[in-house]
Design a protein around this ligand. Structure first.
Ligand code: GDP
Ligand code: MG
Length: 362
């Protein structure tokens, strides 16, 4: 048995190191938060029976030489198949689209559909709307849209759970959203006991959060390992609102992997919000849907609306995930740039390109 100690800024980073060096069969013997040169970090002791990944890799290179091994690897890894399936889906949708004769709709319905197409609402959503609209020329599109994309405004009155975490790709606006929310709630109710926590130890957002916490008299906690999260849960009763900044998840790590790793999975009073920008590609959105799929994922927050020129992604993701939209952000500043979502805001964005702040996007 080979045993080794790994240290890194976060559990995720330590596990990445273990995976790279010992492979996925490594057994974790201990996992704790330690202090190194005055800074907290994660220390994991891992062990493996089999030879390390580097040795297996060398074996793999020989195997790669045979044609069977190449096919076997392709079947194992599945990404190629997934891509192919996406292409097939695209072709089916293109066929369906040619069957969608917009002229059988009333002029008003047709115009609404054209607007949605202009906003890059995808074929799946358009096909569903078309099927419903063609039944009755007097049918309005708004109730159908409301069913597709629900809203649940991100306010303490609407969300009774005290624990909220913010997930999403790096740079999407997680830290900014969290600070905006904390500042707004604190302003509305100065007596509110708010705690800002960061699990993004390597990110620069950590210092920003710490700074705002100090400035506004809010508690600040760092989550390096699952022990720290367990501690935070223990003291949860002392706070009315705990906002947790999650790191962007690298590589193949999914939100479920991450929440399992940090012991967040079983926490029932935790709501995770997915922070996204509307201008990713459709394939990227599909990837995010898979990566962030989790029972704890409770809403989608759309940020950087002021940098977008189409807004169909909001409807597409609502359709794909079934999650409500909880907040919209439309400016880089921390003040007056985040609005709890309302249905009208979505329809103004989709049909008028009007931001919640009133600006109309070109
Ligand atoms: N224009 C614009 N910029 C934003 C918005 N939200 C966040 N940002 C900026 O996007 C950058 C990344 O935001 P940050 O919160 O650090 O993202 P994180 O990596 O997900 O935590 C920062 O420079 C923010 O000021 C927004 O709604 N509009
Ligand atoms: Mg951040």
């Amino acid at each position: 048995m080979q045993m080794k100690t790994f240290r890194a800024a976060t559990s995720t980073a330590a596990f990445e190191k273990i995976k790279a060096e010992l492979g996925t069969d490594a057994v974790i013997l201990s996992n704790k938060t330690v202090t190194e040169n005055g800074t907290k970090c994660c220390e994991i002791v891992a062990a493996i029976d089999a030879p390390p990944a580097s040795a297996r890799k060398a074996r793999g290179t020989q195997r790669d030489a045979t044609r069977e091994a190449v096919i076997e690897d392709a079947l194992d890894n599945g990404v190629g198949w997934q891509r192919e399936w996406t292409q097939i889906k695209g072709q089916i949708m293109a066929l369906m689209k040619s069957q969608m004769d917009m002229n059988i709709l009333s002029p008003k319905q047709k115009l609404a559909m054209e607007y949605l197409e202009r906003e890059e609402v995808d074929e799946r959503v358009l096909a569903r709307l078309f099927c419903e609209l063609r039944e009755d020329g007097r049918k309005s599109i708004v109730p159908l849209l409301e069913r597709t994309a629900s809203v649940r405004p991100l306010t303490m009155a609407e969300w009774k759970t005290p624990l909220h975490a913010f997930a999403g790709p790096g740079g999407a606006g997680k830290t900014s959203t969290l600070i905006r929310l904390a500042l707004r709630e604190k302003k509305a109710n100065p007596r509110l006991r708010i705690c800002l926590a960061t699990a993004d130890a390597g990110g620069k957002g950590r210092l920003v959060l710490k700074h705002y916490a100090e400035l506004s008299g809010l508690a600040f906690r760092e989550i390096i390992t699952r022990d720290d999260f367990a501690l935070l849960k223990k003291e949860a009763g002392h706070f009315d609102l705990i906002l947790i900044d999650l790191p962007g998840l690298a590589g193949t790590t999914t939100l479920r992997d991450w929440t399992d790793l940090y012991g967040l999975s079983g926490t029932s009073d935790l709501s995770i919000h997915l922070v996204l920008n509307p201008y990713f590609s459709p394939a990227q959105f599909e990837r995010f849907t898979e990566k962030y799929k989790s029972e704890q994922l409770a809403s989608v927050i759309w940020t950087k609306l002021d940098e977008a020129c189409t807004f169909g992604a909001i409807l597409n993701m609502a359709f794909a995930t079934g999650l409500p939209v909880s907040a919209l952000s439309y400016g880089s500043g921390l003040k007056n740039s985040l609005a709890p979502a309302k249905s009208e805001m979505l329809w103004r964005l989709l049909f008028m390109r009007k931001l919640p702040g009133g600006t109309i996007q070109p």
